[in-house]
Write a protein that binds this ligand. Sequence first.
Ligand code: MG
Ligand code: MG
Length: 256
Amino acid sequence: MVVLKSASEIEVMRQAGRIVAVTLAELRERVKPGVTTLELDHIAEQTILKHGATPSFKGKPAGDPDAPPFPASICASVNEEIVHGIPSQRQLKEGDIISLDVGAYYKGYHGDSAITLPVGQVSKEAQDLMRVTQECLVAAIAASKNGNRTGDIGAAIQRTAEPQGFSVVREYTSHGVGRELHEGFTLLNYGQTGHGMLLRPGLTIAVEPMINAGKYGTKVKKDKWTVVTIDGKLSAHFEHTIAITEGDAEVLTKLE
Ligand code: MG
Ligand code: MG
Protein backbone atom coordinates (compact mmCIF):
# COMPACT_ATOMS: atom_id res chain seq x y z
CA MET A 1 0.00 0.00 0.00
CA VAL A 2 1.22 3.48 -0.83
CA VAL A 3 1.39 5.76 2.20
CA LEU A 4 1.30 9.55 1.80
CA LYS A 5 3.03 11.48 4.60
CA SER A 6 1.75 14.56 6.38
CA ALA A 7 3.95 17.65 6.80
CA SER A 8 4.70 16.65 10.40
CA GLU A 9 5.73 13.13 9.36
CA ILE A 10 8.02 14.57 6.69
CA GLU A 11 9.58 16.80 9.34
CA VAL A 12 10.52 13.71 11.37
CA MET A 13 11.84 12.02 8.21
CA ARG A 14 13.98 15.14 7.61
CA GLN A 15 15.51 14.60 11.05
CA ALA A 16 16.09 10.88 10.39
CA GLY A 17 17.58 11.82 7.03
CA ARG A 18 19.93 14.33 8.59
CA ILE A 19 21.27 11.65 10.96
CA VAL A 20 22.00 9.46 7.94
CA ALA A 21 23.72 12.38 6.19
CA VAL A 22 25.88 13.17 9.22
CA THR A 23 26.86 9.50 9.44
CA LEU A 24 27.85 9.35 5.78
CA ALA A 25 29.86 12.58 6.19
CA GLU A 26 31.71 10.96 9.10
CA LEU A 27 32.42 7.82 7.04
CA ARG A 28 33.63 9.92 4.10
CA GLU A 29 36.42 11.25 6.33
CA ARG A 30 37.44 7.76 7.44
CA VAL A 31 37.66 5.93 4.09
CA LYS A 32 41.34 5.41 3.28
CA PRO A 33 43.74 2.56 2.56
CA GLY A 34 44.15 0.25 5.57
CA VAL A 35 40.79 0.90 7.26
CA THR A 36 38.55 -2.17 7.63
CA THR A 37 34.89 -2.14 6.68
CA LEU A 38 34.10 -3.31 10.24
CA GLU A 39 35.81 -0.18 11.61
CA LEU A 40 33.55 1.89 9.35
CA ASP A 41 30.55 -0.04 10.64
CA HIS A 42 31.48 0.74 14.27
CA ILE A 43 31.91 4.45 13.50
CA ALA A 44 28.52 4.53 11.76
CA GLU A 45 26.75 2.70 14.56
CA GLN A 46 28.20 5.02 17.21
CA THR A 47 27.19 8.09 15.18
CA ILE A 48 23.63 6.84 14.66
CA LEU A 49 23.19 5.91 18.34
CA LYS A 50 24.70 9.21 19.52
CA HIS A 51 21.92 11.03 17.67
CA GLY A 52 19.20 9.01 19.39
CA ALA A 53 18.47 6.80 16.37
CA THR A 54 19.01 3.10 15.71
CA PRO A 55 20.56 1.45 12.63
CA SER A 56 17.79 0.43 10.22
CA PHE A 57 19.66 -2.51 8.70
CA LYS A 58 20.91 -4.36 11.81
CA GLY A 59 18.92 -7.55 12.32
CA LYS A 60 16.90 -7.05 9.15
CA PRO A 61 15.64 -10.40 7.85
CA ALA A 62 16.87 -11.46 4.41
CA GLY A 63 14.67 -12.17 1.42
CA ASP A 64 16.16 -15.67 1.46
CA PRO A 65 14.61 -17.56 4.44
CA ASP A 66 17.84 -19.59 4.82
CA ALA A 67 19.94 -16.47 5.30
CA PRO A 68 20.78 -15.01 8.72
CA PRO A 69 19.48 -11.52 9.56
CA PHE A 70 21.79 -8.70 8.46
CA PRO A 71 24.51 -8.59 11.14
CA ALA A 72 25.76 -4.99 10.86
CA SER A 73 24.68 -1.34 10.90
CA ILE A 74 25.81 -0.41 7.39
CA CYS A 75 26.26 -2.15 4.07
CA ALA A 76 29.85 -1.87 2.79
CA SER A 77 30.21 -3.08 -0.79
CA VAL A 78 33.67 -3.03 -2.38
CA ASN A 79 34.48 -2.97 -6.13
CA GLU A 80 32.36 -5.66 -7.88
CA GLU A 81 30.03 -5.81 -4.87
CA ILE A 82 26.85 -3.93 -5.76
CA VAL A 83 24.89 -3.76 -2.49
CA HIS A 84 24.40 -5.55 0.87
CA GLY A 85 28.12 -6.15 1.53
CA ILE A 86 28.67 -7.29 5.13
CA PRO A 87 31.30 -5.29 7.06
CA SER A 88 34.33 -7.46 7.90
CA GLN A 89 38.06 -7.41 8.68
CA ARG A 90 38.71 -6.66 5.01
CA GLN A 91 41.11 -3.75 4.70
CA LEU A 92 40.46 -1.20 2.00
CA LYS A 93 43.32 -0.71 -0.39
CA GLU A 94 44.43 2.03 -2.76
CA GLY A 95 42.38 1.84 -5.98
CA ASP A 96 39.28 0.24 -4.43
CA ILE A 97 35.87 1.87 -4.58
CA ILE A 98 33.44 1.38 -1.71
CA SER A 99 29.68 1.82 -1.58
CA LEU A 100 28.42 2.73 1.88
CA ASP A 101 24.70 2.39 2.54
CA VAL A 102 23.33 3.83 5.79
CA GLY A 103 19.85 3.62 7.30
CA ALA A 104 18.71 5.29 10.53
CA TYR A 105 15.41 4.79 12.35
CA TYR A 106 14.35 7.83 14.32
CA LYS A 107 11.04 8.51 16.11
CA GLY A 108 9.27 5.89 14.03
CA TYR A 109 10.68 6.75 10.59
CA HIS A 110 13.60 5.64 8.43
CA GLY A 111 16.16 7.59 6.43
CA ASP A 112 18.13 5.68 3.79
CA SER A 113 21.08 6.96 1.75
CA ALA A 114 24.20 5.62 0.04
CA ILE A 115 27.38 6.94 -1.55
CA THR A 116 30.29 5.37 -3.41
CA LEU A 117 33.76 6.67 -2.57
CA PRO A 118 37.24 6.18 -4.01
CA VAL A 119 39.96 4.73 -1.79
CA GLY A 120 43.01 6.84 -2.60
CA GLN A 121 43.71 7.09 -6.33
CA VAL A 122 41.35 5.01 -8.50
CA SER A 123 41.18 4.10 -12.20
CA LYS A 124 39.63 6.34 -14.85
CA GLU A 125 36.89 3.73 -15.28
CA ALA A 126 36.07 3.82 -11.56
CA GLN A 127 35.98 7.63 -11.58
CA ASP A 128 33.66 7.66 -14.60
CA LEU A 129 31.40 5.01 -13.05
CA MET A 130 31.02 6.97 -9.80
CA ARG A 131 30.41 10.25 -11.65
CA VAL A 132 27.77 8.70 -13.93
CA THR A 133 26.00 6.95 -11.03
CA GLN A 134 25.80 10.25 -9.18
CA GLU A 135 24.46 11.89 -12.37
CA CYS A 136 21.81 9.12 -12.48
CA LEU A 137 20.67 10.00 -8.97
CA VAL A 138 20.52 13.72 -9.83
CA ALA A 139 18.49 12.96 -12.98
CA ALA A 140 16.20 10.63 -11.02
CA ILE A 141 15.49 13.29 -8.40
CA ALA A 142 14.83 15.89 -11.12
CA ALA A 143 12.27 13.51 -12.64
CA SER A 144 10.59 12.94 -9.25
CA LYS A 145 7.91 15.57 -9.72
CA ASN A 146 4.26 15.72 -8.75
CA GLY A 147 2.27 14.41 -11.74
CA ASN A 148 5.16 12.41 -13.21
CA ARG A 149 5.18 8.61 -12.97
CA THR A 150 7.63 6.11 -11.56
CA GLY A 151 8.59 5.18 -15.12
CA ASP A 152 9.86 8.73 -15.65
CA ILE A 153 12.36 8.20 -12.82
CA GLY A 154 13.56 4.85 -14.21
CA ALA A 155 13.82 6.29 -17.71
CA ALA A 156 15.87 9.25 -16.43
CA ILE A 157 18.36 6.84 -14.84
CA GLN A 158 18.56 4.62 -17.91
CA ARG A 159 19.11 7.45 -20.37
CA THR A 160 21.87 8.87 -18.18
CA ALA A 161 23.77 5.61 -17.69
CA GLU A 162 23.46 3.68 -20.94
CA PRO A 163 24.67 6.25 -23.50
CA GLN A 164 27.81 6.64 -21.36
CA GLY A 165 28.53 2.90 -21.63
CA PHE A 166 27.24 1.71 -18.26
CA SER A 167 24.39 -0.62 -17.34
CA VAL A 168 21.51 -0.34 -14.85
CA VAL A 169 21.06 -3.16 -12.33
CA ARG A 170 17.61 -4.73 -12.83
CA GLU A 171 17.17 -7.10 -9.89
CA TYR A 172 17.35 -4.51 -7.11
CA THR A 173 15.18 -1.43 -7.03
CA SER A 174 14.37 1.90 -5.46
CA HIS A 175 11.51 1.76 -2.95
CA GLY A 176 8.97 3.55 -0.81
CA VAL A 177 10.31 4.41 2.65
CA GLY A 178 8.80 5.76 5.86
CA ARG A 179 7.59 3.83 8.89
CA GLU A 180 9.05 0.79 7.13
CA LEU A 181 12.46 0.71 5.46
CA HIS A 182 10.81 -0.82 2.39
CA GLU A 183 7.34 0.62 2.37
CA GLY A 184 4.50 0.17 -0.04
CA PHE A 185 6.10 -0.15 -3.44
CA THR A 186 9.26 -0.76 -5.43
CA LEU A 187 10.42 1.51 -8.21
CA LEU A 188 12.46 0.15 -11.10
CA ASN A 189 15.66 2.05 -11.94
CA TYR A 190 14.89 1.62 -15.65
CA GLY A 191 11.68 2.00 -17.64
CA GLN A 192 9.58 4.14 -19.90
CA THR A 193 8.40 7.70 -19.44
CA GLY A 194 4.66 8.03 -18.79
CA HIS A 195 4.40 4.52 -17.31
CA GLY A 196 4.00 3.31 -13.74
CA MET A 197 2.58 4.78 -10.59
CA LEU A 198 1.60 8.45 -10.38
CA LEU A 199 3.83 10.59 -8.13
CA ARG A 200 1.92 12.68 -5.60
CA PRO A 201 2.90 15.09 -2.81
CA GLY A 202 3.57 13.22 0.43
CA LEU A 203 5.10 10.22 -1.26
CA THR A 204 8.52 9.41 0.23
CA ILE A 205 10.95 7.36 -1.83
CA ALA A 206 14.47 5.96 -1.42
CA VAL A 207 15.82 6.53 -4.94
CA GLU A 208 18.89 4.38 -5.49
CA PRO A 209 20.42 3.71 -8.88
CA MET A 210 22.95 0.84 -8.91
CA ILE A 211 25.13 1.13 -12.00
CA ASN A 212 27.58 -1.43 -13.38
CA ALA A 213 30.68 -0.93 -15.51
CA GLY A 214 29.93 -4.19 -17.36
CA LYS A 215 26.76 -6.23 -17.74
CA TYR A 216 23.75 -5.53 -15.56
CA GLY A 217 23.41 -9.10 -14.25
CA THR A 218 23.91 -9.91 -10.57
CA LYS A 219 24.50 -12.86 -8.29
CA VAL A 220 24.52 -13.33 -4.51
CA LYS A 221 27.64 -14.58 -2.69
CA LYS A 222 27.74 -17.59 -0.35
CA ASP A 223 27.11 -15.35 2.66
CA LYS A 224 23.57 -15.02 1.16
CA TRP A 225 23.70 -11.21 1.41
CA THR A 226 26.45 -9.68 -0.71
CA VAL A 227 25.25 -8.95 -4.25
CA VAL A 228 28.02 -8.87 -6.88
CA THR A 229 28.19 -8.18 -10.60
CA ILE A 230 27.84 -11.27 -12.78
CA ASP A 231 31.05 -10.44 -14.68
CA GLY A 232 33.19 -9.25 -11.75
CA LYS A 233 33.33 -5.68 -13.05
CA LEU A 234 32.88 -2.60 -10.87
CA SER A 235 29.56 -1.30 -9.55
CA ALA A 236 28.53 1.98 -7.91
CA HIS A 237 25.51 3.05 -5.85
CA PHE A 238 24.11 6.43 -4.83
CA GLU A 239 20.89 6.87 -2.88
CA HIS A 240 18.80 9.61 -1.29
CA THR A 241 15.50 9.54 0.56
CA ILE A 242 13.26 12.14 -1.06
CA ALA A 243 9.75 13.54 -0.60
CA ILE A 244 7.50 14.42 -3.52
CA THR A 245 6.14 17.97 -3.07
CA GLU A 246 4.02 20.33 -5.15
CA GLY A 247 7.25 21.55 -6.76
CA ASP A 248 10.69 19.93 -6.96
CA ALA A 249 11.31 16.85 -4.83
CA GLU A 250 12.89 17.54 -1.45
CA VAL A 251 16.00 15.55 -0.55
CA LEU A 252 15.55 14.42 3.07
CA THR A 253 18.99 12.80 3.51
CA LYS A 254 21.05 15.94 3.04
CA LEU A 255 23.41 17.56 5.49
CA GLU A 256 21.59 20.84 6.19
MG1 MG B 1 20.07 2.18 1.31
MG1 MG C 1 17.25 1.79 0.01
